[in-house]
Write a protein that binds this ligand. Structure first.
Ligand code: PEP
Length: 249
């Protein structure tokens, strides 16, 4: 049985002082639970404050929203997986749709980033998802499988077993338009099938999260959908009370 994973992606919100205030409210409203995992992806510079805030709460894992694929060197402005791990991250978000579509990140770069995360002992959370025009053209399966195969190409089954996958249809991210639970289930089943081929008996260890305009009103129904093992939440995770409600879903 996979435990549900509830993950918050703060994107470029909540610097250190905001985060400290947020965590005071959130931790008061979300008590430690052993039946789920909570992961939070703050901006990189907020990580040290999040480490301090969660010192007594090892049930909350921290992640980084993006990494570079090289281990060190002259790459001004980038963060390596090992630096992120040293700063307290245990998970790396890779191939988020904003990285792909705002910053032009390619499938090949997601492959290198997943491999770099695994080398440094970070669990990659690989995001996959189709754009609206791709969905309308009936290309959802093709796009999702292409992104999945590319991202994991350099991972061996042991590293794959450590990863997480987030299905985030691009048309649902930050738009208020959510996939119907049955539509999310269909794509999750497709991903689960592909993972079985890629990671054999380790595939069942890999959680598949849904993301895209999740909020306090729809979180439970999406989490209850077949093959949905968790939620990746952007906008609705920025409010500590709302995020506590979703984390308890
Ligand atoms: C995200 O950033 O991964 C996301 C799903 O955003 P939102 O919940 O705001 O759609």
């Amino acid at each position: 049985m996979r435990k549900p994973v509830l993950a918050a992606n703060w994107k470029m919100n909540h610097g250190p002082s905001d985060a400290r205030a947020f965590m005071r409210t959130f931790l008061a409203r979300y008590s430690r639970r052993s039946d789920r995992s909570v992961i939070m992806f703050p901006p990189a510079v907020t990580l040290p404050d999040m480490v301090a805030a969660t010192k007594e709460r090892p049930d909350i894992l921290l992640g980084i929203q993006n990494i570079y694929w090289e281990d060190k060197g002259a790459f001004t402005g980038e963060t390596s997986a090992s630096i992120a791990r040293d700063a307290g991250a245990r998970v790396a978000l890779i191939g988020h749709s904003e990285r792909r579509h705002v910053f032009g990140e390619t499938d090949d770069q997601t492959r290198r980033k997943c491999a770099a995360a695994a080398r440094a002992g970070l669990r990659p959370m690989l995001c996959v998802g189709e754009r609206l025009e791709e969905r309308r053209a009936g290309e959802t399966e093709k796009v999702v499988l292409r992104q999945l195969h590319a991202g994991v190409a350099d991972l061996d089954p042991a590293h794959m077993a450590q990863m997480l996958v987030a299905y985030e249809p691009v048309w649902a991210i930050g738009t208020g338009q959510t996939a119907e639970p049955r539509d999310a289930s269909a794509v999750h089943a497709l991903i689960r099938g592909a993972l079985k081929q890629l990671a054999a008996d380790r595939a069942s260890e890999i959680p598949i999260l849904y993301g895209g305009s999740v909020n306090t009103g729809n979180a439970q129904a999406l989490l209850a959908a077949q093959d949905v093992d968790g939620l990746l939440v952007g906008g609705a995770s920025l409010d500590p009370e709302g995020w506590a409600t979703i984390a308890r879903s």
